[in-house]
Design a protein around this ligand. Structure first.
Ligand SMILES: CC(C)(COP(=O)(O)OP(=O)(O)OC[C@H]1O[C@@H](n2cnc3c(N)ncnc32)[C@H](O)[C@@H]1OP(=O)(O)O)[C@@H](O)C(=O)NCCC(=O)NCCS
Length: 207
């Protein structure tokens, strides 16, 4: 049901695909001149026991200024998240985001106290966040501005993530670092490496 959420989505021009599942009332708000799109079969949990990890908050998904863009792919599931964009946040298909995770593409306030005290919104640092397909993000993670996670990454519970991580990494900690790479990603690297060697061999033969 979640009539309040659906009304706000309609009034602010949030696009969504088929079979949107809302448990509890999320706050999903698109600023005028921004875009916010949810794919097919997206699940957004917002009530305390809609995810048995226990949610501290309703999901908040919002574009904060004109030109900002949030794209959430097909079959993504989120629980008690904040996804807050001043420039852009994208989440690839089939990615699952654990309870109480926050994904922020900006610092909310300028770092410089003068700019902060003057309320200069244009001084707030922003960098897009890109989360690949088939990722799994543990509960209570913080994903900070500029983060890029390749396809199939796993993020540990409580991680504080900033930076770029290639496909198939398992990352954890504060600051999050790679604890291992999934066997499938290593196998893909080996195939790529084998191809490269063949090409290099071919180039070598031409010389
Ligand atoms: C990150 C995770 C997937 C790793 O699982 P795993 O591959 O089985 O790894 P292990 O448990 O063997 O731990 C490997 C190492 O990483 C460390 N580690 C594991 N998870 C960690 C975390 N969240 N933060 C910091 N370090 C972590 C372990 O202490 C261990 O360190 P060591 O090698 O120095 O002993 C898992 O620990 C995790 O955090 N899962 C998320 C659970 C969750 O939040 N689910 C969603 C609920 S809504």
């Amino acid at each position: 049901m979640a009539i309040f959420t659906r009304l706000m989505m309609a009034l602010t021009g949030v696009k969504h695909g088929k079979n949107l599942k809302l448990k509890g009332n999320a706050f999903i708000f698109n600023r005028r001149g921004a875009s916010l799109a949810l794919g097919n079969n997206v699940r957004i949990n917002s009530s305390f026991l809609s995810n048995m990890v226990g949610l501290y908050q309703r999901s908040v998904i919002m574009t904060r200024r004109p030109g900002a863009k949030i794209e959430i792919g097909d079959n993504v599931g989120v629980s008690g998240v904040t996804v807050y964009a001043r420039v852009g946040i994208s989440i690839g298909e089939n990615t699952l985001i654990g309870g109480n995770t926050k994904i922020l593409d900006n610092d909310f306030h300028p770092l410089d106290e003068g700019a902060r005290n003057r309320g200069e919104e244009e001084s707030i640092a922003c960098k897009p966040v890109v989360i690949g397909k088939n990722c799994f993000i543990g509960c209570n993670a913080l994903i900070l501005k500029g983060t890029r996670l390749g396809d199939g990454c796993v993020v540990g519970a409580g991680a504080v993530v900033s930076g770029e991580f290639p496909a198939g990494c398992v990352i954890a900690g504060n600051p999050a670092h790679v604890i291992r790479r999934k066997a499938s990603a290593v196998a893909d690297d080996n195939v790529d490496g084998a191809d490269k060697t063949e090409n290099e061999n071919a180039e070598g033969a031409d010389r």
